[in-house]
Each structure stands twice: as C-alpha cells, then as structure tokens.
Design a binder for this molecule. Structure first.
Ligand code: ADP
Length: 319
C-alpha cells in the first residue's frame, strides 16, 4: 500500500501541491487523473525520489519513506523515453540492472525474463533509439521492473500511442496487476483509465478532489447526475415555474418533451419534487436520474461544467 499525507510543493510563488493526500490500496490499479497542470508529474517525481517535497509523508507498506533507500519499493516509467545513442536493448537493460547492483548471470536471467514478459525477446539486439514508441514504452516498463518493486508508477504512459499499441500496453498492465503489483498510472484523460483501473484519485489544483474505488465513485456519480423528466401534454410552463423556484434545481435544459434538471437533493427531495409536479396537475410519463459516467464527474470536479444557468432550450422545433 502506498500512502501520501499532506504533500506540499511550491515552485517560487506557485503552490503546485497543496496538502495532497492519496491512498493506493495494495494490488490495485490506481488511476491518478487530473487536468494538465494539476500536479500529477510533480507528485510522481516526489514519490519516486526525483523531487523533494516541502512538506508531507510518503509511506510504502506502513513504512515511512524518508531520506533512506525507498526507491527499491518503486519502479518508475516517466512520460518521456530519453535518448540512448548506440545502445542496444540488452545493453540498456544491463545498464539499469547495474544501477541496482545486479550483474552477471543473475542480471542476464532477469533481463531475459522481463524481455520475454514484455514480448521483446526478438528485439534484444536492436538499437533502442530505432524502436517504435510502443516498443520503447514496453522496454521502459521492463526496465522499471528490473529490481522487482512492489509499486509501479507510470506517468501518462499511453500518450502518443496508437489505439492498438495502447490496448496491448493496457493488457500488460492488467497482467502485472494480476501478478500482484500495485500500479499507479496517471492521465489527463479519464476515459483512458476508467475500464482499466480498480481505483481512482482525481487531483485538481494540487489537492485530491475525489478518491475511491471505481464502484464507489460511480455510485456517487449517479447521485450527482441530472434528472430527466418526460411530460405528456401541456404542463411544461407550469413545470418550469415550479422547477425554477426550487432551491435544489441548478440548471434546467428543455429538450422536446423532456426537461433535464441538475438537482442536488437526495432521494427524499426527489420524491417530494415529483409529488409537487403531480399535485400541480402535470402529467409525467417518466422521472429518472440519468446513469452517469466517470467522465461527467471528472468534468464537474475539474470545473469544466457550466455554472448555474437557470434555463436553456434545445430542439425548440421539436415542441
Ligand atoms: P501535471 O503533471 O498534472 O500536468 P505538473 O506537476 O507537471 O502537472 O505541473 C503542475 C504545475 O507546476 C504546472 O503549472 C507547471 O507549469 C508547474 N511546474 C512544473 N514544474 C515546474 C518547475 N520546475 N518550475 C516551475 N513550475 C513548474
């Protein structure tokens, strides 16, 4: 389990991380998601020991990572590959093995096992710089696993990969998870991670805005989704008047016979609203919460959604 408490980091006057908390359950595939500039790379660099935090605690399996040697716990796949002139795949791997004091037969065995696992055994004599981006990415993953860390951290690993390569890469990550690794993967695109991850943390402006298992979060998403009310007959204006004066109604969109309402009340409030509309003599054929997606929640949290707009009409011609 990787745990971060109260992480702070400032660049000059700019507070990049402002008390970030993060709990990555053991064996999870954790999506670390947030818009560009939210502080993901900064957090990751601190976790892997490339940057020093101003404040905060990092723990691996309840053990506090301080100035000691915590890099052994973590493998890091950065968001860039780097340039390795005239280095072949095996030489590249041997170089990183040597960084962890692995040499000779032990290193060669480990390297071959990892290249096989990543489907790179036929590339071992290729020059690293000539490999495609997808193959370089897998090689980077192999290198990050050289010392068999408990936690693997990948910064925007699928950026710039074509869909097929991305798919293959995700399959490798699932396999590693099944083998017991804890994996943290960052992205600014939530849909990239939604079907892959077991858990998610949404970072916004240097703080964790929402975190939990995908299932828990999806149940929250649904309660924050709009209610769609479908009317029969002439009651629209009356319904709109009731909705406009309701304290829990934030936005109203009219689409043909449907009224879509962003409503912050709970189930009880929903029932009372429905009763109120029915009591006013409005004929309603359906009244349902839209089933939501993680993406819609992400947009709400990171402020990309509309502010309180009272009334919006779409498809007027349909009325
Ligand atoms: P993300 O990975 O979520 O896109 P980053 O952690 O890379 O976010 O960056 C967060 C913010 O900190 C950005 O606004 C970025 O411009 C700024 N930043 C990152 N590194 C530095 C630095 N070395 N000096 C000053 N500002 C930086």
């Amino acid at each position: 389990m990787l745990q971060i408490q109260g992480l702070k980091k400032r660049y000059g006057n700019f507070q990049v991380l402002d008390g970030l908390d993060m709990a990555v359950p053991e064996g999870s595939l954790y999506g670390f998601v947030g818009p560009n500039g939210a502080g993901k790379t900064t957090t990751i660099k601190i976790i892997v020991g490339l940057l020093k935090a101003d404040e905060g605690i990092i723990k691996f399996s309840e053990q506090v990572a301080d100035h000691g040697n915590w890099q052994e716990h973590v493998g890091y796949v950065p968001d860039f590959f780097g340039v390795y002139d005239n280095l072949k795949v095996t030489e590249y791997m041997e170089f990183f093995a040597a960084c962890y004091d692995m040499e000779g037969l032990k290193a060669r065995k480990r390297i071959m096992a990892l290249l096989e696992q990543m489907g790179l055994e036929d590339k071992k004599d290729f020059y690293v710089d000539g490999l495609s981006k997808g193959i370089q990415q897998r090689l980077c993953l192999a290198r990050a696993l050289i010392h068999d860390p408990e936690v693997l951290i990948l910064d925007e690993p699928t950026a710039g990969l074509d869909p097929r390569t991305r798919f293959e890469f995700k399959e490798i990550l699932k396999e590693l998870k099944d083998q017991g690794k804890t994996i943290v993967i960052s992205s600014h695109i939530l849909s990239e991670l939604a079907e892959l991850c077991t858990d998610v943390g949404i970072i916004d402006q240097g703080k964790m805005a929402l975190t939990g298992s995908i299932d828990e979060i999806l149940s929250q998403v649904n309660s924050s989704n709009p209610i769609v009310i479908t009317l029969l007959g002439e009651g629209r204006e009356l319904a709109l008047n009731i909705l406009k004066s309701h304290p829990y109604v934030h936005t109203i969109t009219v689409k043909g016979q449907e009224i879509i309402v962003r409503f912050t009340g709970d189930k009880q409030d929903e029932a009372v609203l429905l009763q109120q509309l029915v009591d006013a003599g409005i004929l309603i054929t359906s009244f349902t919460r839209e089933q939501g997606s993680l993406e819609s929640l992400f947009m709400q949290i990171t402020g990309k959604e509309e502010e309180r707009t009272v009334l919006k009409y779409e498809n007027e011609s349909g009325l």
